[in-house]
Structures are given as structure tokens and as C-alpha cells.
Design a protein around this ligand. Structure first.
Ligand SMILES: [Zn+2]
Ligand SMILES: [Zn+2]
Length: 277
């Protein structure tokens, strides 16, 4: 079975650990066919360089080293495909600057994600405890859809991240927001990530995989394609809980995932493949 993990960080972002090669070795150990690094972009767009936010991206000075290291691993470990990606916050107004920052490098993919609502601040979704959940979900999904429409990204990561911190709205309200989001993602021909971070990070809230099943089902109806990511910030988490993601794909009727090379999608059918791994 062609399993890949397209969401792996490195210690450069300041909140991950381990050596780059240890992530690759963990992926080989787990029998993955591909590992894609997608460390956090330097947060050059921050208005105030506050500590709370800078700790989430790699320093600008580390970007060359990051790229060199991943390219080196591609040749050092021929038994697995090592992909060069980057996780980029979607911040409206900074599209041109992002394009010029990433332009010199040979990316396999750029993952777009929303970690904060720029109109509110540049912190993290979890900081919005004093806002009401309806405003958070509405603003978050609107940004995710706008990220898809920006065409800056090849993959969108953890598209319903606020579920990690906030209780769902009523089913009717969630379904309405999910439906609007899925339609916009479908129109933009988006690839989304099945992200297993929620499975291991917040068991008490029963967060599960991002996106949750009802949203994923709507995405499939709208023709949105998927890839896989663990959001590992430690080598031991590479490929973590992929059994949950694979089950979800089966339950929602997906029979292919997307592999990316030089920012081009390749569709890998796995309906005939052995589902055990
Ligand atoms: Zn991170
Ligand atoms: Zn993220």
C-alpha cells in the first residue's frame, strides 16, 4: 500500500524535536513509501514579532539549511521518497511576498494552513477562548476557503482545526458551514490533508482526524482530493494513527490519494490494494 506522510516538522520551528534523518528513518521503519517535510514558514509577515507567534515558525536564516537538509536526505535514503514541502500560513495580503519567498526553491508541495485569524491577531486558534465558537468556526472556514481560492497552495492542512479547542456548534449549524466550505474547496479543485494530529493530541475531546467524517464526506461529494499527514513534531509520531485515517477514507468512499512531485499531483488508486499495513 502506498502510504505517505506529508506533514512532518523539524526542530527548526522551535517546537519540534529530533534530527531530520530520524524522521526519515521512522518513516522507513513504518513502511511508508514517502515522507514529506512541511516545516513552518518563517513568519516574516508578523506585525510585531511577538514571542508567542515567532516561536511557531523557523527563523528566516534557517530556510536555506532546511531545504539543503531535505534535498540531502533525498539522496541519502533512496529506499523512500523524501519530499520537500513547507507549511505556509494563509495571511490575506501577503500572497505576493509568500510567492517571492518560496520561489527560489524546488518544492514538491506547499501546504497552506490557518493557525490564527489575522484580523484578530497572529497568535493561535487556541487563544480565542473569549470569542464565541460560531464566530471562530465561521471566520476559520472562510479563511480556509479563501486559501484554496488563492491558488498559492498544493494542499490544505487541518481544515477544521478549531475542533481541537472549541465544542462543535449544533449539527445543523456545523453542516451548513461544512457544506459551504466543501463547495468552495471543490470549486477551487483543492487537495486537503487527512491530518491525524487530533487523534493523539486531544483524546479527551474526541477530536479525531481533521477533517471529521461529516466534512470529509461533503468534500468527497464536491470532488476534493486528499493526502495524508501526521503533523509529527517528533520522529516517533511519523505515520501516527494512519489506521484511523485509512478507515475514514474507506468509510467516506475515497479510493485514491494524492502524491505530489514538483508541485504536480499524482493520483494513487488504492481500491485494489491491501488495506492492512
Ligand atoms: Zn508546529
Ligand atoms: Zn499546522
Amino acid at each position: 500500500m502506498h502510504l505517505l506522510d506529508y506533514h512532518v516538522h523539524t526542530k527548526r520551528c522551535g517546537h519540534a524535536n529530533g534530527e531530520d534523518r530520524e524522521y526519515v528513518e521512522a518513516a522507513i521503519q513504518k513502511g511508508l513509501k514517502e515522507i514529506g517535510f512541511a516545516d513552518h514558514i518563517p513568519r516574516f509577515y508578523e506585525p510585531d514579532q511577538g514571542k508567542r507567534v515567532t516561536e511557531r515558525g523557523m527563523p528566516r536564516a534557517d530556510l536555506d539549511d532546511y531545504v539543503d537538509s531535505i534535498l540531502h536526505l533525498q539522496t541519502a535514503y533512496p529506499e523512500i521518497k523524501v519530499k520537500l514541502g513547507l507549511e505556509v500560513d494563509f495571511v490575506p495580503g501577503w500572497e505576493v511576498a509568500v510567492r517571492s519567498l518560496i520561489e527560489p526553491y524546488p518544492w514538491d508541495y506547499i501546504s497552506g494552513s490557518v493557525h490564527f485569524i489575522p484580523e484578530w491577531d497572529y497568535g493561535y486558534v487556541s487563544y480565542y477562548k473569549d470569542r464565541n465558537a460560531a464566530d471562530i468556526f465561521t471566520a476559520y472556514f472562510d479563511l480556509v476557503a479563501a486559501a484554496a481560492e488563492s491558488k498559492l497552495f498544493d494542499v490544505l492542512a487541518h481544515i477544521d482545526l478549531p475542533r481541537r479547542f472549541f465544542p462543535r456548534l449544533s449539527q445543523i449549524e456545523m453542516d451548513e458551514l461544512y457544506q459551504m466550505l466543501a463547495i468552495r474547496l471543490g470549486k477551487a479543485n483543492t487537495v486537503i490533508e487527512l491530518n491525524t494530529y487530533g487523534v493523539r493530541s486531544s483524546k479527551q475531546m474526541n477530536v479525531g482526524v481533521f477533517p471529521e467524517e461529516s466534512l470529509l464526506r461533503l468534500c468527497r461529494h464536491q470532488g476534493v482530493n486528499v493526502t495524508l499527514g501526521s503533523d509529527a513534531h517528533s520522529p516517533k509520531d511519523v505515520g501516527a494513527d494512519f489506521d484511523c485515517a485509512i478507515q475514514l477514507l474507506a468509510d467516506t468512499g475515497y479510493d485514491q490519494i494524492v502524491s505530489l512531485v514538483a508541485r504536480n499531483p499524482i493520483f494513487i488508486k488504492w481500491s485494489e490494494a491491501n488495506r492492512a499495513f
